[in-house]
Design a protein around this ligand. Structure first.
Ligand SMILES: C[S@@+](CC[C@H](N)C(=O)[O-])C[C@H]1O[C@@H](n2cnc3c(N)ncnc32)[C@H](O)[C@@H]1O
Length: 380
């Protein structure tokens, strides 16, 4: 049976279902659910992410990890955990650049790729001995010293949707109606979704729809528990509560679907065959982190994050280099896209720490030529 039918049959039988249940079915539950089936990231897929655009992204993260490793006193074993590692592209770029920065640092790294599907990226063989592909359950019984990082992991976690009216809350659920799926508004009087709204004081204005995560809290608490000492680096789109819910352009919430690199009008279309995603409420990650003892180190835009780590210097080096004109333009454009505040550069970067304080060594100490620019040699 094809995935659409599996999801629809489930809803016909057990519905109405919550949005989180719907996302779980479409994206993860079945062997042919969206993220378990095939890699759909890239210009020929449904959407693209920063690692896909240019290896500079992973290289700058490698510099950040080098600073973390130094801040922890250069341990012989340094875990890098990547949540939602997808096809392994970011892992490859980080390890390539780590090897370039320092042999001791590279030798210390043990890289754990965490996803629902084993790695597929073909260019990982050089680093094979360092990489282990595991699932979230396996990770959550580990002990980590190093960094737990993610790019666009939290935005892919199932969320619930609520609507606020003058006299109360409704949960938006999904039901089968005649020939297809449709939203149904169910009064929300108790349960985990309402508890999250109350607990975090989510200030969703009247007449507005918003997403609420019942997973973020436990996810951050679990990550803190497995982290012996080190850092959690989270990169994603989203905002603080006040910007997320108070913004009139987000009156209908932020849940979206993408297919063939186009935003799809209806999230309920072709269940299991398109991406479903929503903006991350960083206030919850920060506040829950503080509650469980994670220190807030940084909360900045992707643009600032990259610039702090040397992206401008890399662009200058690129300009001074002797690349073929078309290759130069390709690389410059891609790097600039990563920095563009109206796009990927506007993503947020959250750095939290446990029993560690980050000292930025690399750029301050690096007067040599270590800051090399990784080059994309062809359009991919
Ligand atoms: C939007 S994609 C991002 C992939 C990659 N990080 C990138 O930047 O290209 C989200 C990834 O998170 C993974 N993911 C989401 N929830 C997960 C879970 N509970 N366990 C493991 N992986 C998960 C998905 O399978 C998917 O590969």
């Amino acid at each position: 049976m094809i995935i659409e039918n599996k999801v629809m049959n489930h809803i016909k039988r057990y519905g109405p279902v919550s949005y989180s249940e719907f996302m779980q079915l479409c994206l993860y539950e079945f062997e042919d659910s969206y993220y378990r089936k095939q890699d759909r990231i890239g210009f020929h897929g449904d959407f693209y992410t920063s690692p896909f655009l240019h290896p500079v992204f992973g290289s700058l993260i490698a510099i950040k990890l080098f600073d973390m490793w130094n801040s922890l006193g250069q341990p012989n074993s340094f875990d890098v955990v990547e949540l939602g590692s997808g096809n392994g592209k970011l892992c490859r770029d980080i390890l390539d650049y780590a090897r370039h920065i320092s042999k001791e640092f590279y030798d210390a790294i043990k890289y754990l790729c965490v996803d629902v599907r084993p790695l597929t990226f073909e260019d990982l063989s050089e680093h094979e001995a360092k990489i282990q592909s595991i699932d979230l359950e396996q990770l959550l019984v580990s002990k980590i010293q190093g960094c737990i990082l993610s790019n666009e992991f939290f935005d892919a976690l199932p969320i619930d949707r609520v609507y606020r009216e003058k006299n109360g809350w409704y949960e938006i659920k999904i039901e089968w109606y005649e020939t297809g799926l449709r939203d149904v508004y169910v009064p929300l009087v108790e349960g985990p979704v309402l508890s999250q709204i109350d607990k975090w004081g989510l200030n969703i204005p009247e007449g507005c729809i918003a997403e609420v995560s019942t997973i973020f809290e436990s996810m951050i608490a679990s990550l803190e528990r497995i982290l012996d000492n080190g850092f959690i680096l989270t990169i994603d789109y989203g905002d603080l509560s006040e910007d997320l819910y108070g913004n009139p352009v987000r009156k209908h919430g932020t849940i979206r679907s993408f297919k063939n690199n186009v935003q799809v009008a209806n999230v309920l279309d072709v269940p299991g065959k398109q991406d479903i995603t929503s903006h991350v409420n960083f206030s919850m990650l920060i506040q829950k982190g503080l509650d469980v003892g994670l220190k807030l180190e940084e909360f900045i835009s992707q643009r600032t994050f990259m610039m702090n780590l040397g992206s401008e210097l890399m662009l200058k080096k690129l300009e001074r280099g002797s690349l073929d004109r078309s290759i130069y333009i390709l690389n410059k454009r891609r790097i600039e896209s990563l920095l563009d505040e109206s796009g990927l550069g506007g993503f947020k970067v959250l750095l939290q720490s446990k029993k560690a304080t980050l000292i930025n060594h690399f750029l301050e100490e690096d007067s040599s030529n270590r800051l090399k620019v990784p080059i994309l040699n062809r359009q991919v």
